[in-house]
Design a protein around this ligand. Structure first.
Ligand code: HEM
Length: 203
């Protein structure tokens, strides 16, 4: 058995699983709204809208907790980037994932108490948590209160543009989720990272 380090406090674990379940439910209800044929809906359209709104509002609340937890437990320190050399560190990690790992080489940025995320994890988590999520919340809430949206932008409906941005980011978050789950399987064993997010201990 390898060395274990405690990386995920209970508050982060609770947030994470609530977040993951809500994202999945939002993707299901979102896709149902986007593609449902009124004659053969996967889910009744009005029901999908109501559920999507409820899950979206709950996700926003859980995001506020994520920010509070990050500040109060100082988990935020793992999201801080030293810009100098970051690009090279991203390239090194990408090379490891595309070549080195298959040759059985050692990971270039081993996880420790000081470094919870490798550079690619850091980059993708920052992008999702601090760019995609705020954008999807702003556009989502605007669509719940459409009267707040600018009527038209150069002749194009503001609601339409807001919706387009919302759906595009929703797509990016969905892609992130699949890639994220795949990368989570690359641990000491296939299940070790999932276990870590359940009991807090990274192997
Ligand atoms: C879109 C939904 C998701 C988002 C935005 C997300 C985001 C994150 C973030 C930010 C972390 C690092 C948390 C921290 O320690 O500060 C993390 C870790 C983790 N996530 Fe997710 N997650 C999502 C869905 C999932 C799902 C569905 C699974 C599994 C089925 C999963 C499995 C894990 C695991 C195992 C870790 C720990 C390993 C690591 O830090 O990379 N996540 N996730």
């Amino acid at each position: 058995m390898g060395v274990k380090i405690f990386l995920y406090p209970l508050s982060i674990r609770i947030w994470h699983w609530l977040n993951a379940v809500l994202c999945l439910l939002l993707i299901i209800t979102g896709i149902s709204m986007q593609y449902s044929n009124p004659e053969y809906p996967f889910m009744r359209f009005d029901l999908a809208v109501t559920l999507h709104n409820i899950f979206g509002i709950t996700l926003t609340v859980s995001y506020v907790f994520f920010i509070i937890i990050n500040i109060t437990t100082n988990n935020i320190k793992f999201y801080k980037v030293q810009l100098k050399g970051f690009k090279n560190r991203l390239i090194t990690q990408s090379k490891y994932y595309s070549v080195g790992i298959f040759k059985g080489q050692k990971t270039p940025f081993p996880i420790s108490e000081k470094r919870k995320f490798n550079p690619l994890q850091k980059f993708s988590y920052i992008l999702v948590m601090y760019v995609f999520f705020p954008l999807i919340f702003i556009t989502g809430w605007a669509l719940i209160f459409p009267e707040t949206i600018i009527h038209d932008v150069f002749g194009i409906s503001g609601i339409h543009l807001t919706d387009l941005l919302h759906v595009i980011i929703g797509f990016f978050v969905s892609v992130f989720m699949f890639v994220h789950i795949y990368f989570c399987t690359i641990g000491t064993s296939i299940g070790s990272n999932f276990k870590a997010m359940l009991n807090g201990w990274h192997e």
